[in-house]
Design a protein around this ligand. Structure first.
Ligand code: PLP
Length: 395
């Protein structure tokens, strides 16, 4: 099986456009495999030049002001971690250390890396229920704000359902309440700017929304870079003073890093830079077109199968989840059967659903997958057994 075929059978984890783009990734990574982003400014000037170029491209892509700050990180988790650390340290700077922990208000659909950041940084995360359309509810978020709240957090889109939170409204709430707003565009950051240009109904989500203070976007997802590449942007570059870490209490002198990592893979920077230049606007538009074509065909095909139904994402993104409409049809049993046949499936707990992201590699497997789903449903109906429990290890 070649890489594209393999990717067509997994629900996420890897993002594939074509062999040529994979070669660009691989070659650039290989060229800089021994270089270290930690020494970008001093020892490895090419890495510094590439990083600055990536930052400039990102500012333009996400409509950030010219004087916005950008940091290159190792992935979505590190980008979100940095946004939380920055919000916490800014709050400490302005308000002083609180007697109780600060908190961040998000919708229940926010990615778990937000809680990871909260746990490590001593910040509580308050999650509010989603609406019937699987979006954050700004009025519930408003009610959850208290005097320890430092930031609102919104997804563009969220990973479970692929829907966008109402960021324009949440931006107004942030401005009105004097709070920061982080937009998690880790999944969609390198897809939405292009689907918007193609005419898909992408709600406002980037720095054009005035209340947005920071934004994360992963180049190693739909930017098609090698793993280890993401960005976090700040409307105000001054915020980055609170993102950085610096320590002088050891013999070697001052050690400073802009973000969490010390050593950073030079290959990840080089691969991101090379792929972004190789694809350019035209390449990313092509990738977005293929991705959305696969998504649309998969949704239409799944919805034409009796007794199952897709929940979202209303043309906004490339995440699909489908539920069983018949209480006698166990959707996890369908997932089990699909996995027996070599289709690794994501499982959602609430509601019980099969969930997956879509990328251009899925286009080649649409029909094969739809027949596999039909077969799996027939199989489950013929071999009805005890309900299948949610598999805690199926993420
Ligand atoms: C919306 C969202 N945020 C954050 C992340 C975390 O990204 P990473 O796995 O690169 O740390 C993901 C990963 O899928 C995501 O979908």
């Amino acid at each position: 099986m070649d890489h594209g075929e393999e990717v067509g059978r997994v629900p996420s984890y890897t993002y594939f456009l074509d062999d040529e783009t994979l070669d660009v990734q691989r070659e650039a990574y290989g060229e800089f495999i021994a270089e270290n982003g930690l020494g970008a400014g001093r020892a490895f000037k090419s890495l510094e030049v590439m990083t600055n170029d990536i930052k400039a491209m990102a500012k333009s892509l996400f409509n950030a002001p010219d004087d916005a700050g950008v940091s290159f990180t190792s992935g979505g988790t590190e980008s979100v971690f940095m946004a939380v650390k920055t919000a916490r340290d800014l709050a400490r700077h302005k308000r002083g250390e609180p007697p109780e922990r600060y908190n961040i208000v998000a919708c229940v659909t926010a990615h778990p890396c937000l809680n990871k950041a909260g746990e490590l940084l001593g910040v509580d995360i308050i999650r509010t229920p989603h609406t019937k359309e699987f979006r954050a509810d700004p009025s519930l978020m408003r009610s959850a704000i208290n005097d320890k709240t430092i930031m609102l957090f919104a997804s563009a889109p969220n990973y479970p359902f692929g829907t966008f939170d109402p960021i324009a409204e949440i931006g107004k709430l942030a401005q009105h309440s004097g709070l920061r707003l982080h937009v998690d565009g880790c999944w969609g950051g390198f897809l939405s700017p292009f689907t918007e240009r193609l005419g898909y109904p992408v709600p406002p989500w980037d720095f054009r929304v005035l209340g947005v203070s920071s934004l994360s976007a992963d180049i190693h997802k739909f930017g098609y870079a090698a793993k280890g590449a993401s960005l976090v942007l700040y409307r105000s570059a001054d915020d980055q003073d609170h993102e950085a870490f610096s320590f002088s209490g050891w013999p070697r002198g001052t050690y400073s890093t802009p973000t969490f990592l010390g050593t950073r893979a030079g290959g990840a920077i080089a691969s991101a830079w090379a792929v972004m230049h190789y694809l350019g606007m035209e390449g990313y538009l092509r990738a977005a077109r293929l991705t959305m074509e696969a998504t649309t065909r998969l949704i239409a095909g799944l919805n034409s199968i009796p007794d199952i139904e897709c929940l979202a994402p209303y043309g906004e993104s490339n995440l699909i989840s489908f539920v069983s409409l018949d209480s006698a049809l166990d959707i996890y049993a369908v997932a089990d059967r699909l996995e027996e046949r070599g289709w690794l499936r994501g499982r959602m707990r609430e509601p019980q659903a099969i969930q997956q992201g879509v990328n251009p590699a899925h286009l080649a497997t649409v029909e094969e997958y739809l027949s596999a789903v039909r077969e799996a449903i027939e199989f489950v109906r013929r071999n009805a057994s005890a309900p299948v429990a949610y598999d805690e290890h199926s993420y």
